[in-house]
Design a binder for this molecule. Structure first.
Ligand code: TA6
Length: 279
């Protein structure tokens, strides 16, 4: 990408682009098509990145915005035995700078999937950066039959302290707790106090992340679920790429499709997440 505002850095086999624009700062990895950091100018990073994340292309990057596609979670059915969360986050992507103005940048991203994967879908992503960040996934069913798609924009948000943080926008919904496999009603603000892995069956938007120091606004379009995750101490310590105390400064809020989304032959489906500081 050719811009005076973009500098390139190598990390092993990976290339990371750093952008310093009048409206924002960001970094994006070719490996995973993965936004690693994003901050409106004058603000602290909205995204959390593990201090022990692998950035060299050796494994999916822990933090920022991993893209879970063309399935979310464990591979099931005909995909059984393939990687959790699919292939998009562990593939190199090509970037094209579509637009650069004083107010924003638009980048088109396309994954270099191996033909051997014989995927049922094509994927193109668009990242629009200004004082907000929008990640948009365009999935096209390239087969001649209906195909099921699940996906998540699996964003790790940076917070001051999980013990001081509440999530708004999920009141009066239900979620499936993947820790206990129970369906639970969510009547008030979300406050996490232990390992939490929740799939809220809702298209609610925006979700507000309030850590008592700032509010991050997480909007979405065409999602049918909101996933909330914090591994907590024991699980964080058990992941080599998750710094042990990092769970105290992060929460995942993910726009996702987990409710049996089916695309007709040739159909394109667009799901997006937009993040920024609440006014
Ligand atoms: O989004 C929550 C989740 O599905 C959790 O179950 C947990 O597995 C998390 O994703 C991270 O998955 P990963 O494969 O990146 O370790």
């Amino acid at each position: 990408m050719n811009s005076e505002l973009i500098s390139e850095f190598k990390a092993g086999d990976n290339t990371i682009y750093h952008i310093d624009h009048p409206k924002f700062r960001a970094s994006i990895s070719k490996f995973g098509g993965h936004v690693l950091s994003f901050a409106p100018q004058g603000a602290q990073d909205l995204l959390w990145l593990s201090k022990t994340a692998k950035l060299d292309g050796s494994k999916a990057i822990r933090g920022g915005i991993p893209l879970c596609w063309p399935w979310f979670g464990p591979a099931t059915g005909k995909n059984e035995g393939q990687p959790q969360h699919g292939y998009a986050r562990s593939t190199f992507w090509n970037f094209e700078l579509l637009e650069e103005t004083d107010s924003k940048m638009v980048i088109k991203l396309q994954p270099e999937f191996s033909d051997d994967l014989a995927l049922d879908f094509d994927l193109t992503a668009f990242v629009t950066l200004s004082d907000t960040l929008k990640v948009e996934l365009h999935s096209t069913n390239k087969t001649s039959d209906h195909q099921e798609l699940s996906q998540a924009i699996h964003s790790y948000f940076s917070i001051a302290n999980i013990d001081e943080t509440e999530l708004g926008g999920l009141e009066n919904t239900e979620y499936v707790c993947k820790v206990t496999n129970q369906t639970v009603s969510q009547e008030s603000l979300v406050k996490l106090t232990e390992h939490s892995d929740r799939v809220y069956n809702t298209a609610n938007s925006p979700i507000l992340i309030d850590d008592q120091q700032r509010q991050i606004k997480v909007g979405g379009n065409n999602h049918d679920s909101v996933v909330v995750w914090n591994p907590w101490a024991q699980n964080a310590a058990g992941m080599g790429d998750f710094d042990d105390l990092g769970y105290q400064q992060m929460v995942c809020v993910e726009m996702a499709n987990t409710q049996d989304l089916n695309l007709a032959a040739g159909e394109t489906y667009v799901m997006s997440q937009t993040i920024g500081l609440a006014d």
